[in-house]
Write a protein that binds this ligand. Structure first.
Ligand SMILES: [Zn+2]
Length: 534
């Protein structure tokens, strides 16, 4: 019977403008506002939180992330924070000094633009690692940089051929340089690098959820779990080492999804039976395509720099329709990674087929990323009641956009990217996420980017695609009510009476603060169903 009463604050009941100055939460639900809430403060046993003018708002959700990977990254050398090549080497040297017993140094994720052409030399690492085998992943998680000891451990020499779907970058004399791409990197991780122990991975997950709690987040979509990750969630749930809710997405394989159906149902049922308040496994992930940078995103018209090439969808349209329809019929929530406009279209086509097959089904299907969207498809999200999950931090014209995206898709299609404003105006549900550790999990700079469509820390950065800016209320809703929809939890996402008391205490109101000031908002407390998690 916990009763918590929040007084003397600016309480955002919902993003449509409802406000009050006090709120009471009992047994996980909002039970009173304003005077009624204040009256409860004198109850014996009431915990009173004096907000001292701070904002109390609905807590946030994370619509797409990889918390185990992100947590593991945080345990390794801090190469992500490095500003240049020397910074990476300094981070590796520091980690080695702090972990002298480590048999391997495994880290992520470095900025591949720090060396010309993304060509990173094993010898640079050797200077700080010595004989300790070392492997670092690049930002894209498709490339790795290894030292000489790691090459030796894998037996990679001038004579080693490239694997079928990968490449070993080489020096002029054919000796391996130290940079591995695609399958060359993936195989290396799968067969050479010792796997992290279960305890390491549980600790990574625990720390990831602690970090989410510390930024006001109470629900996370883990956008891709494999069997080893499920083991981590099982162990973390059993030991009560989760600090946010997490919903797991199991990946449907284009070749074996029919056989996977039983396993998917078993995992979902296992977590339903477990009844742990923080873990569900209700979702299936589809990679409809890849990414624009390496021409694997599926486009309707060819890449502008390779006239015959329309990208590489992972699914044929017929097979995607069959799988989406079958998994929808089995009651799963679907989460479809789609980057190119063609991928978004076939994702929507498949979801439309599933909907026609079972019109009355309750569903919260998501097309995630929606990096490119053909103008004629904008209205389809609302029409089909499909959630558009965007990673709003990407909606700015930064160095990656200028160097790695626009040259591939061409200026004609530049304005088809991250159409958050258009999709929101069409009446569709929009949810936001980060894709951490691909980009920062911090919602504050991402919220500011959704509103301003520019790097708000750089006064000279111009607004990019200004029609696609959204209001602070729309942006905050994407992290709250949009996420509640995605989580199939209609009683979360706002603070009306009777709603779940998922709360965040902030030093300023994100709905009324300028975008430039949003990144500096401090998170001063987080409550999940009335229980303090930070
Ligand atoms: Zn992702």
């Amino acid at each position: 019977m916990t009763l918590t009463v929040f007084i003397d604050g600016d309480v955002v009941i919902s993003t449509d403008g409802a406000r009050t100055d006090a709120l009471a939460a009992q047994d996980g639900r909002v039970v009173a506002h304003g005077d009624d809430a204040r009256a409860l403060a004198s109850d014996s046993g009431a915990v009173v939180v004096n907000l001292a003018g701070d904002t109390l708002a609905p807590a946030l959700g994370e619509g797409h992330a990889h918390p185990v990977l992100g947590g593991l990254e945080a345990q390794g050398p801090a190469v992500r924070e490095a500003k240049d090549l020397d910074g990476i080497l300094a981070a590796v040297a520091k980690w080695k000094a702090e972990n002298p017993e480590a048999e391997w140094i495994v880290g992520a994720s470095y900025d591949a633009t720090f060396a010309p052409g993304g060509r990173f030399d094993a010898r640079w690492l050797d200077e700080v690692t010595g004989d300790t085998p070392t492997i670092l992943r690049a930002w894209d998680y498709h490339t790795a940089w290894v030292n000489t000891a790691a090459l030796k451990a894998a037996g990679i020499t001038a004579e080693t051929p490239d694997p079928a779907l990968g490449r070993i970058l080489r020096r002029e004399d054919d000796t391996p340089l130290g940079t591995l791409q695609e399958a060359a990197a993936n195989d290396f991780f799968a067969t050479i690098v010792p796997p992290f122990s279960l305890e390491d991975r549980v600790r990574a997950l625990e720390e990831a959820t602690l970090a989410y709690a510390a930024q006001g987040t109470t629900w996370v979509q883990d956008a891709w779990v494999d069997a080893a990750d499920i083991e981590v969630y099982r162990a973390a749930a059993a030991a009560n080492r989760l600090h946010t809710r997490v919903n797991l997405a199991l990946r449907a394989d284009p070749a074996t999804w029919r056989e996977q159906l039983v396993e998917f149902s078993d995992v979902r049922q296992e977590f339903r039976t477990l009844g742990h308040p923080l873990v569900t496994a209700e979702t299936i992930k589809f990679f409809v395509d890849g990414v624009i940078e390496n021409h694997t995103a599926a486009l309707t018209d060819p890449y502008s720099d390779t006239p015959e090439d329309r990208g590489l969808p992972n699914w044929t349209e017929d097979e995607l329709i069959a799988a989406v329809t079958a998994l929808d019929a089995a009651g799963f929530q679907l989460h479809l990674h789609a980057i190119g406009d063609r991928a978004v279209r076939i994702a929507l086509d498949a979801l439309e087929s599933a909907r026609n097959a079972a019109p009355d089904h309750v569903r919260a299907h998501v097309v995630a990323h929606v990096a490119m969207l053909a103008p004629e498809d904008i209205e389809r999200f609302a029409k089909l009641d499909v959630i558009a999950n965007f990673e709003p931090y990407w909606a700015q014209c930064d160095a990656v956009m200028r160097a790695l995206t626009i040259p591939h898709i061409g200026h004609d299609r530049e304005s088809w990217q991250y159409l958050i404003g258009s999709v929101a105006r069409s009446g569709a549900t929009v949810s936001f996420g980060s894709d951490w550790p691909v980009t920062t999990k911090d919602w504050r700079p991402a919220l500011a980017t959704a509103i301003a469509r520019r790097d708000v820390t750089d006064p000279s950065d111009p607004t990019w695609l200004p029609d696609e800016c959204v209001s602070p209320a729309t942006a905050y809703s994407a992290y709250t009510t949009g996420i509640a929809r995605q989580a199939l939890a209609p009683d979360r996402g706002s603070l009306e009476l009777g709603r779940v008391a998922d709360l965040v205490q902030l030093s300023a109101n994100p709905l009324t603060t300028t975008p430039e000031q949003i990144p500096a908002i401090e998170v001063r407390g987080t409550w999940l169903a009335g229980q303090r998690t930070f």
